[in-house]
Every structure is written in structure tokens, then in C-alpha cells.
Ligand binder design. Structure first.
Ligand code: ADP
Length: 370
């Protein structure tokens, strides 16, 4: 089938009415330049920030209409508002991946990040998500740790996601404990060796964000890849995050790494929701005494020094590990434990910051450059 042409797309768009009775969307000047690459069609709709809700509905409608045209393999319709101030140049991402206009129906995206691997970032991300759920919020988890996706194991979910439309272009999120989850781990075999470069990571993530039929969500928790390399910076820069949480162990070394994580988000103007100290101390099974094996308190001191909120500390706990690793996260398997109480207290602080806007800036406006 021949690829669709710009004229054909324009003709289709002229059949769609503008929201306020100003004729069709092309005539009303809502449609940007149209870029076509093969069967991929990309363009933007100029949104008045006052009417963003109705524009979001229009965006979904327009995207469906263009996707259904013969010769179209994929349509990407972005919502634009006025141009954002120039940002620091980051890793280059193609315009198709530069989707900054949020995920329809998702109120807040928050990143859970760490300066290095093995500090308990994923364990924290899942328990935090479940704690947000337990305070009555609609929650989703996006496993962005494409190098070592752990959400399938932590949620105890196996199998592949089902398609959510007849053409198989979109998929349903997986679900457990009342939380929706998507992970590259559901799509590729665990033992498939994958080498991911920055732009590939973003393109995989864009798919998980955009091509999964997420329900309405208050908070989507993104489990970031560990570290502060190019891929992480790209995600921090290209995803419309409401804020970021840094997980750190108390060791100085980890803290140095954690500082890199903080700086990365600062650099791209993502507000820091705070630091969580994980494996903070150890309560001995035998004697019940609290042992501070890693000079506990380092994260708190560091947080104060950096002016970033300190959200709480989670001890090193073997039960927490066992439950986590067997797909029964502690927040649901031991709802009355002190650790669960800590996760819930952290969740409440985060939600208050997200909704209260303390120090938070609104989600960045999208710029679309075809
Ligand atoms: P990361 O995402 O930072 O690589 P994970 O969340 O995968 O780290 O955790 C690494 C390992 O440490 C896992 O086996 C996990 O169960 C364990 N773990 C994480 N947090 C704790 C904790 N507070 N107490 C005991 N074990 C923990």
C-alpha cells in the first residue's frame, strides 16, 4: 500500500470540527506542519492552555482518525502550548520520541532513581507505589529499568500483556494488587541479552508510556535505570516528570552517587521530592537491638545539606528482602508492619508535595519540532 500523503492527511483533518465551533481544526489553525516518514505521520495540535482537557480529548480523537487512514502505520499527535524557555542541550532525541505533553489520564509521573545499582531502588519503587495505593490513590508502575527489569519478579507477574485493540497496536497493562504495571520484562525473555543505547531506551519507554492503555491514574511511579548516564538523563529530560525521589544507602560512596542523581534532575529542572535512605540500619533477630552497620544517618545529613527533603529511612530487613524477591511486597503482605508504616508516611509526604505544589513547577509544556 502506498504511503499516505500530506494532502490526504489534511483532507482527513479538515473533516474534524474545532472545539469551539470555529469550523474545522485545519481552518482554525490548530494543526502544525505535518511530518511524514514512511507510514508514520507526526504533527502537533496547538492547545490553548485554558482548554487543555478538551484538547486532550481532541488529541485522542485525531490520533485515532489518522491512525485508521490507509497507508498510515503510526500517527503521533502532540499537544503544544507556547514555546518553553530554551533548555540545556541534552542527548539528541528525534522529534518522534520527544513526547513531552504528558500521558493522557495520568496526573503525576514520578521517577524513583538511584546513583548506582543494588541500593534497593526497585524495592522502594514498588513499595512506594503500593503505599500510594493504600492511601486511596490510583497508581501505576512503569519499569524503565530496561537493563534489568525487576517489576515482573517483584509483582510476581508472568506472561505477556494482551492487546487492547483489534489491530494489536496497543496493549493492556498487567495488573496486581490493584496497581497497573508495564515493563520491558513482559515483552522480552529474561535471558535475552540486550544492549540499549540512549535513544533506544527512550523509544522503548515512549512505547510503554504511549502504547499501553493505562487507566486514569493519580501517580505513575517510574522505576528508573540505576545511575546517571545518558539514558537516565534522556528520560529525566524527555518525560514530563512531576518530581523525582532518590534512593540511597547510607554509605558515603552511595551518597556521592546519590548526589550525582540529584544533580542530574536539577540540571533538567525536575523538582526533587526527596531522598529515602534504604538499608539504613539493621535490627538483629537474636537480640532485637538496632545496629547501625553503615554509619546510618548519612542520607539525612546530605539531604539537609543539599536542601532536599529527607523522606524517611527503611532498615535492612531480611524479611523485607524475602518477601520482595518472592513477589509479595511488604506493604501488601505485612500491612501492619513498621516498615509498611514508614512507606505510607513517605507516600503521604510525596502526595502532599505533588498536590500542594510545594516547590514544584507545573509539568513542562511540549514543544514539537517536526
Ligand atoms: P536496585 O533496584 O537498586 O538495583 P533492588 O530493589 O533490586 O535494587 O534491591 C537489590 C536487592 O536488595 C534485592 O535482593 C532486594 O530484595 C534487596 N533489598 C532492597 N532493599 C532492602 C532492604 N531494606 N532490606 C533488605 N534487603 C533489601
Amino acid at each position: 500500500m502506498p504511503d499516505v500523503t500530506k494532502e490526504q492527511v489534511l483532507a482527513e483533518l479538515k473533516r474534524i470540527a474545532a472545539p469551539d465551533g470555529r469550523g474545522n481544526i485545519v481552518g482554525a489553525g490548530l494543526v502544525s506542519e505535518i511530518a511524514i516518514q514512511g507510514g508514520q505521520v507526526m504533527f502537533a495540535l496547538n492547545a490553548d492552555p485554558q482548554h487543555i482537557k478538551s484538547m486532550e480529548q481532541l488529541q485522542v480523537f485525531v490520533q485515532k482518525a489518522v491512525s485508521a487512514m490507509p497507508g498510515v502505520t503510526k500517527a503521533i499527535v502532540a499537544l503544544t502550548a507556547e514555546r518553553a524557555p530554551p533548555r540545556e542541550p541534552g542527548p539528541k532525541v528525534s522529534s518522534a520520541q520527544n513526547l513531552r505533553n504528558g500521558i493522557p489520564g495520568v496526573k503525576h509521573l514520578i521517577a524513583v532513581a538511584s546513583g548506582k545499582g543494588g541500593v534497593g531502588k526497585s524495592t522502594t519503587a514498588i513499595n512506594l507505589a503500593l503505599a500510594l495505593k493504600s492511601i486511596g490513590l490510583k497508581v501505576a508502575v512503569l519499569d524503565a529499568d530496561v537493563y534489568g527489569p525487576s517489576m515482573p519478579k517483584l509483582f510476581g507477574i508472568s506472561g505477556r500483556p494482551e492487546a487492547s485493540d483489534a489491530e494489536g497496536k496497543r496493549m493492556k497493562p498487567m495488573q496486581r494488587f490493584g496497581v497497573e504495571v508495564a515493563s520491558i520484562g513482559f515483552l522480552v525473555d529474561e535471558d535475552t541479552a540486550m544492549i540499549w543505547r540512549g535513544p533506544m531506551v527512550m523509544s522503548a519507554l515512549t512505547q510503554l508510556l504511549r502504547e499501553v492503555s493505562w487507566s486514569d491514574t493519580d501517580v505513575m511511579v517510574i522505576d528508573m535505570p540505576p545511575g546517571t548516564g545518558d539514558s537516565q538523563l534522556t528520560i529525566a529530560q524527555q518525560t514530563p516528570l512531576s518530581g523525582a525521589v532518590i534512593v540511597s544507602t547510607p554509605q558515603d560512596l552511595a551518597l556521592l552517587d546519590a548526589r550525582k542523581g540529584i544533580n542530574m534532575f536539577k540540571k533538567v529542572n525536575v523538582p526533587l521530592l526527596g531522598i529515602i535512605e534504604n538499608m539504613s540500619y539493621f535490627i538483629c533477630d537474636g537480640c532485637g537491638k538496632r545496629h547501625e552497620i553503615f554509619s546510618h544517618g548519612g542520607a539525612k545529613a546530605e539531604a539537609i545539606k543539599l536542601g532536599v527533603p529527607f523522606l524517611g529511612e527503611i532498615p535492612l530487613d531480611l524479611e523485607l528482602r524475602q518477601r520482595s524477591d518472592s513477589g509479595e511486597p511488604i506493604v501488601v503482605s505485612q500491612p501492619d508492619s513498621p516498615h509498611t508504616a514508614t512507606y505510607i508516611a513517605i507516600a503521604k509526604q510525596i502526595w502532599a508535595a505533588l498536590e500542594g505544589g510545594s516547590g514544584l513547577k507545573p509539568a513542562p509544556k511540549i514543544i514539537f519540532e517536526a
